[in-house]
Structures are given as C-alpha cells and as structure tokens.
Design a protein around this ligand. Structure first.
Ligand SMILES: [Fe+2]
Ligand SMILES: [Fe+2]
Length: 382
C-alpha cells in the first residue's frame, strides 16, 4: 500500500468539502470547463491560416482551452503533493541533447542555400504533432476502478473528462481552426515560401521513419507490467512516451525559434519564430497534466488482474525506465536519418564535400567511421 491511505486524505477532503480552500483550489471540473477558452479579443491568424489560441485585449497571447485547464492542473498537483507528501514527477529535460542538426549547422546549411533538411525537420515535427489526434482512443473507461484508492478530484479522473480531448485538439486542430500540426506547417511555409508537394512530403517522412499509420510517434512495448490490465498498461506507456516527446520538443522549440528568427536566412520577418513561441506556450499544460497524472498513479496502488495490488511506483518505474532507455538507444538512428537528408540535399553539388565538412565542423556530435555518433567540440560557429 502506498504511504498515505489513512488520515490525511480524509482531513483534506473535509477541508475541501466545507469550502475552506479558495476557488483556485477547485478540484472537480466539467468537461466544458476544461475545454473552455479565454475571452479572446483577436484571433491568431498567420499566413492566412486561422490558428488556435488568440490575444487578450492587452495583446497577451493565450493558449487554446486554458480558461480553466491551467489552474486545474496546478490545483491537482498541489493537492497531490499535500495529500501524499511527495513531489510531482520531474520532466527530465536535461536527459536529451540539443537538436541535430544544431542551430549553427542549420544556419550554415541555409547560408549555403541548402534548405531541404530544415523544411523536412519542420514537416516531421508537424506530422508527429498531428498524431495527437489518436490520443482519445487511448482512454480506458472507468480508469478509477483499477486503483485500490479512489481517484475522485484528481487529474486521473479528468483524463476522459476533457484533459485528453483538449490535448488532442491542441495538437491536431479542431475543425477549421489549426492546431500544432498545421501551425508547424504554417511556420515552415512562412519561412520558406515554397511548400513541398504532398508526394515529396510522404517520401521524405518515410525516409525519416515517420509512418502514416495511426501508431506513429508512439513507442509500442511488450508487456512490462503483466500484473495489471493490458489497456491500463498501454495507456500509461503512451502517456510516458508522450511526456518524453513533449520534453524533447523543448529542444526542438529553441532550435526552431533560433533558426526561424534569423531574418537574413529565412523569410517572414520572424513571424514563423513568433508562431513557434506560441506553440511552445501551448505545450506547458500537456507536460503539466502528464506529470500530475503519472505522479497520482505512482503514489497509489494498482489492482492486479488476479485480485491483488501492486505499488504504483513499481508500475510507473518499470514503464518509465524502459521508455527512457529505448529513447536513448535510438539516438544514433535518428541522427543518421537526419544526416541522410543533409547528404541527399547536397548530392550532385560541386561543393558537396566542402558543405558537408563545414556542416560537421559546426556540430556537437559527429559520425565516426563506423557510423556511430560521438560528442564533438564545434570548431566553427555560424
Ligand atoms: Fe504540440
Ligand atoms: Fe503537446
């Protein structure tokens, strides 16, 4: 059993029920509340595309569906820390290296007129974001029945009451309003002014290992916690995988903002970089609710299929460590795929060898003779 199953939750409930806590500690929300928007004075329109989110009357950008969601996630997190006496699981940003190609390498390529790898990288990001459309299919009905303790007034209880739906719409869009998928494509089109054709895009995505199938972008794993319901394990594995994708994205955002704000190298007067900064802001509730839900699960006991219980720390720990290890083990492969795009883009140029040498000089990692990548000291800055 987890450490807090007795007095403290009851005390907490009594305080909550009697309304002693201020409104910002509201822990139960309707689906409509979690999907509600701020009052927008001006919509966000970039390159003729109506994007989600918008601007308050004072010009501040606000993310879509954050009328209540952001405060709700913070309230669940505080409530959990108070009730269980533990900290919310950290988002391990430092676990991952910066983007490859890095900013200097990308700018070097652009300065030599080699645009395709950057266009490809932006298309890939948008496509992976679009896989968010599949999220609602991961929901497990009556998730609360799989835990020994109740999940009332938690983020877990709100997964299927708006949290996952809001996340899916943020990534994939909502009707006519563009989400991150099309917003990344818009950033690319504003910056490079020449979208590749659909056919070329599909081929490029296949080369980069991004399939068009529904499972793309997620890790599929063998059963690691066979003690619990398979659907619950699958849901948790996807949430951990998503958390890691979101965390990795932080590096992608800083890379994209640095590249796309360079008005000497890309078009759009910095508008594409500004759009990426809004996307970055929109991601924070995603990282936020995933961290809180995984912490709530970690500190509870799961019911096993044979009628027993297993500690949440064991369940989350196994899945978390496995996912982290497989991400690390695929690092070289993802570098190689991007390098292939660079080599492909310079193929046939008379100065191909020169451009490639300059590209590698600006890198923090370089391929060795055996194809594995090793850390390197960049010897030229763009
Ligand atoms: Fe996103
Ligand atoms: Fe996200």
């Amino acid at each position: 059993m987890s450490q807090w199953t007795g007095l403290q939750p009851l005390v907490y409930w009594r305080v909550y029920k009697t309304g002693v806590l201020p409104m910002t500690d509201q822990l139960v929300y309707s689906r409509a509340e979690l999907l509600s928007d701020h009052d927008i004075a001006d919509p966000l329109v970039v390159g003729g595309v109506r994007c989600h989110g918008g601007f308050l009357s004072d010009g501040t950008y606000v993310s879509p569906r954050t009328g209540a969601r952001t405060q709700a996630i913070a309230a669940w997190g505080r409530s959990h820390e108070r009730t269980y006496g533990t900290e919310i699981l950290a988002a391990p940003v430092d676990e991952w290296p910066e983007a490859y190609p890095n900013v200097a390498q990308t700018k070097f390529l652009l300065s030599r007129g080699v645009r395709e790898p950057t266009i490809a990288a932006l298309t890939r990001i948008g496509t992976v974001e679009g896989f968010g459309a599949m999220l609602p299919y991961t929901i497990v009905p009556d998730l609360g029945t799989h835990f020994a303790e109740d999940v009332d007034a938690t983020a877990i209880a709100h997964l299927e009451r708006g949290l996952i739906d809001a996340h899916a719409r943020d990534e994939a869009g909502d009707g006519e309003v563009a989400g991150h998928k099309d917003m990344w494509f818009t950033a690319r089109d504003v910056a490079f002014d020449s979208p590749p054709s659909e056919d070329e895009t599909q081929l490029m995505l296949e080369r980069l290992g991004v399939g068009s199938g529904s499972g793309g972008g997620f890790l599929t794993t063998a059963r690691l916690v066979p003690e619990i319901d398979e659907r619950v394990e699958f849901l948790i594995a996807r949430m951990i995988s998503l958390l890691f994708i979101e965390v990795q994205a932080y590096h992608t955002f800083s890379w994209a903002e640095a590249v796309l704000s360079d008005t000497d190298l890309v078009a759009g007067e910095g508008e594409a970089a500004t759009l990426v900064s809004y996307i970055r802001q929109d991601e924070s509730p995603h990282v936020g609710y995933l961290r809180v839900v995984l912490s709530e699960m970690r500190d509870r006991d799961f019911l096993t299929t044979d009628g027993g219980t297993i500690a949440g720390a064991e369940v989350i720990g196994r899945l978390y460590e496995h996912n982290k290890a497989s991400l690390h083990s695929r690092r070289d492969e993802s570098y190689r795929l991007m390098l292939n795009e660079v080599e492909r883009a310079v193929e046939g140029r008379r100065d191909a060898a020169d451009v490639l040498a300059g590209f590698h000089r600006a890198g923090n990692v370089r391929p060795g003779p055996d194809g594995t990548f090793a850390d390197a000291v960049a010897t030229s800055e763009y």
